[in-house]
Design a protein around this ligand. Structure first.
Ligand SMILES: [Zn+2]
Length: 558
C-alpha cells in the first residue's frame, strides 16, 4: 500500500522521546504510516502519492492551542483591533475610520484596547469616548476581555447609564456625577452593552454565563456558523490542528458538531462544560457528564469542567493572598467560596471530569489547589489532569503543591506585561515589587515538577503559535534581579504539542509523530532550531494537515 502524502527532506521534531528526529514522514488515511529516513520513507510513495519536499524546514506535530475562545476570536476577526494603538488621537482616528467603514453596525465594537490606551495615568471614561463618537453606540474591550468601556449612548441604550447591581465580582463603575462612568468590569457588566452588537453578543455567552442564547433565528445561526468557519480556517492557517476552547455552552458545541458532520472540522476541538457559581451541583451529572457522553470523538469532545475563580488584576477583580499593592485593604473577591469550589472539584472528578479553573491572583490559585486537594481526599488519587489557567501570580508556599496534586499549569507566554506589546502599567504597580518574582513564573513551576501547557487565550492575545513561542523564548525579566523564566525551545514546543495532547487524555494518538498516530502535522517555512529566538515569529506554516487532510497550504515560497 502506498502513502497518500509523503513529506521528505525535512527536519522533523517528532516530540517522541524514543525517536526524537527524522527526515521524512508518510501519511495514509487519517494516520501516520511511517516516520524515518528519506530513502526509506520515499519507497512508500506510489504514483498517486503527493510528495512534499520540505526543503530542510522543520516539521512538527500540529500545534495544540490549550486555551482559547473560538467564537469570540472568530467574531473579533471582523471587529476593529486596537492592538498597538496608543494615545487619544490614534484611538480617535481608528474608531472614526471603523465607524465610517461600517455605517450599519448597531454597536461598534473594538478589541484589544489597553488599560492605558490614553496614557499611563489616565483611565478611559465615557466622556473620552463621547469626544470620539457620540451619536452611535461604541464599546471597546480590554485585551483580557474582562473590562470594557462604552460611550454614553451605548450605556443609555443598554439601560445601564444609571448603574445596576450586576453581582459579586462584576461592576458597572459609577462616576462622581452619579452616572456610570463608562467602565464595565466583568461579563455581567459588559453583557447589556454587548447584546446590542450585530451578533447579539452570542459569542460571549459560552464564557460569560455558560448559557445558551435565546430566540436565535435560523439566519442568525447560519451567520454564526459562517463566522466560526472563518475562525477555524484561520486556526489551520497558523498550523493549529487542535485547540481547547474554553467556552462551554451547547450552542457552540452543536454548531461545531454540525460543521464536523457537513464538511468536516479542519481542527480538533475540545470544549468544557462551563460551571457558574449559581448553577446547582447536580448540573455536573445531568449536563456535564451527559455532554461528555454525547460529544466524544477525536474531532469534537466535551470532557472537562471550566470555571472562573477570579477576574483580572487590572480590573482589581483578581484575588490575592495579600492586599493589592496600590490599594491597601483590597484583596479581591472570589467567585466561588472555598466550600462551594471544593464541592465542584470533588463532584466533577468523581464523575471522571477534570477541572480547569481561571485563577489569576495567588489567592485564587491557592483556593483552586485547595479544591483539588479536597478532591484527592474524597476520591482518592485518580489520574484527573486538573489544571489552573493563567496563574499570573503564585504564592511561594503553593509552588510545590502543583506537583503534589498533579495540577497542570496552563499559561500564556503572550500575557506578561512587557511581552507581546502589552504595557507594564498598571500591572506592575498593582501587584507590587514583592510579588514580581512569582508572576508568570513558568520556569519556577516547571522546575518544581509541574506539567505545563502554553497557549494565547485568543482573542485575548494574537493567536499565531509561532509568535507565542517567540514570546516564551525571548521574555525579559522586569528588573535585573528577577528570575529568568525562559524554557528551552524543546520544552516550549512540548507545551504546544505533546503535553497539551496529554492534558486531553489523547497522548495515545496525538501530540507526537509516530506510526499509528493521527496524521496531524505542520510544515514550517524554515528550520526553527537554526532560527534565532527573536526571529521565530517570522517563520510561518506552509502546510497544515489535520486528520490526514490538508487544511492549509501557504504560499511560503516553496
Ligand atoms: Zn480565556
Amino acid at each position: 500500500m502506498s502513502a497518500e502524502i509523503v513529506i521528505h527532506n525535512a527536519r522533523i521534531l517528532t516530540m517522541d522521546h524514543e525517536h526524537p528526529r527524522a527526515e521524512a514522514i508518510a501519511l495514509t488515511g487519517n494516520r501516520i504510516m511511517a516516520v524515518g529516513g528519506n530513502a526509506e520513507i520515499l519507497t512508500l510513495a506510489g504514483p498517486m502519492t503527493r510528495v512534499v519536499d520540505a526543503g530542510g524546514a522543520t516539521v512538527l506535530p500540529g500545534f495544540n492551542e490549550a486555551h482559547m475562545h473560538i467564537f469570540g476570536g472568530s467574531v473579533a476577526l471582523g471587529e476593529l483591533s486596537l492592538f498597538g494603538v496608543k494615545g487619544f488621537d490614534a484611538l480617535s482616528n481608528a474608531v472614526k475610520d471603523y465607524a465610517a467603514a461600517n455605517p450599519d453596525l448597531p454597536l461598534l465594537v473594538a478589541q484589544t484596547a489597553d488599560y492605558t490606551i490614553l496614557s499611563d495615568t489616565e483611565r478611559v471614561t465615557r466622556n473620552h469616548l463621547d469626544r470620539i463618537i457620540a451619536d452611535r453606540p461604541f464599546m471597546m474591550v480590554a485585551p483580557d476581555r474582562h473590562t470594557a468601556w462604552a460611550n454614553t449612548i451605548a450605556l443609555e441604550k443598554a439601560g445601564i447609564l444609571q448603574g445596576r447591581d450586576v453581582g459579586v465580582g462584576n461592576e458597572i463603575v459609577m462616576g462622581e456625577d452619579g452616572l456610570a462612568n463608562g467602565e464595565l468590569r466583568e461579563s455581567n457588566a459588559i453583557r447589556p452593552a454587548a447584546t446590542m452588537s450585530v451578533t447579539g453578543g452570542r459569542e460571549g455567552l459560552g464564557v460569560g454565563t455558560g448559557g445558551d442564547p435565546e430566540h436565535v433565528t435560523s439566519e442568525e445561526r447560519a451567520a454564526d456558523i459562517e463566522v466560526l468557519k472563518k475562525g477555524l480556517a484561520y486556526c489551520a492557517s497558523l498550523g493549529i490542528t487542535s485547540f481547547q476552547n474554553m467556552d462551554g455552552n451547547l450552542y457552540q458545541l452543536e454548531m461545531l458538531d454540525e460543521i464536523e458532520k457537513t464538511g468536516g472540522l479542519p481542527v480538533r476541538v475540545r470544549m468544557p462544560y462551563h460551571m457558574k457559581n449559581f448553577m446547582p451541583l447536580s448540573d455536573l451529572e445531568e449536563k456535564a457528564a451527559a455532554w461528555k457522553a454525547r460529544f466524544d470523538t477525536d474531532k469534537l469532545r466535551c470532557n472537562f469542567v471550566k470555571l472562573f475563580m477570579d477576574g483580572v488584576t487590572e480590573g482589581e477583580t483578581a484575588v490575592f493572598v495579600d492586599d493589592y499593592a496600590h490599594k491597601p485593604g483590597w484583596k479581591g473577591e472570589p467567585l466561588f467560596s472555598g466550600k462551594a469550589f471544593n464541592a465542584v472539584a470533588t463532584e466533577a472528578n468523581r464523575l471522571g471530569l477534570p477541572v480547569a479553573v481561571h485563577a489569576i491572583g495567588d489567592g485564587a490559585v491557592r483556593m483552586v489547589l485547595d479544591g483539588y486537594e479536597a478532591s484527592i481526599n474524597a476520591n482518592g488519587r485518580k489520574d484527573m489532569r486538573n489544571r489552573i489557567e493563567h496563574i499570573e501570580v503564585v504564592h511561594p508556599d503553593d509552588i510545590p503543591r502543583f506537583a503534589e496534586t498533579g495540577t497542570i499549569a496552563s499559561m500564556q507566554p503572550t500575557h506578561p506585561p512587557g511581552s507581546a506589546g502589552l504595557p507594564l502599567e498598571p500591572y506592575l504597580t498593582y501587584i507590587g515589587r514583592e510579588r514580581w518574582p512569582y508572576a508568570f513564573a513558568w520556569k519556577t513551576l516547571v522546575d518544581a515538577g509541574a506539567k505545563i501547557v502554553f497557549a494565547t487565550d485568543w482573542p485575548v492575545s494574537p493567536l499565531p503559535p509561532l509568535s507565542c513561542i517567540c514570546d516564551a523564548l525571548t521574555r525579559k525579566p522586569w528588573a535585573d534581579d528577577m528570575p529568568d523564566h525562559r524554557l528551552s525551545l524543546h520544552e516550549t514546543l512540548a507545551a504546544y504539542t505533546r503535553t497539551s495532547a496529554w492534558v486531553e487524555y489523547m497522548e495515545d494518538r496525538k501530540g507526537v509523530l509516530k506510526p499509528g498516530y493521527l496524521a496531524d502535522v505542520v510544515v514550517l517555512s524554515g528550520d526553527i532550531e537554526a532560527t534565532s529566538p527573536d526571529n521565530i515569529a517570522s517563520l510561518s506554516p506552509v502546510l497544515t494537515i489535520c486528520d490526514g487532510r490538508v487544511t492549509f497550504e501557504g504560499g511560503g515560497g516553496r
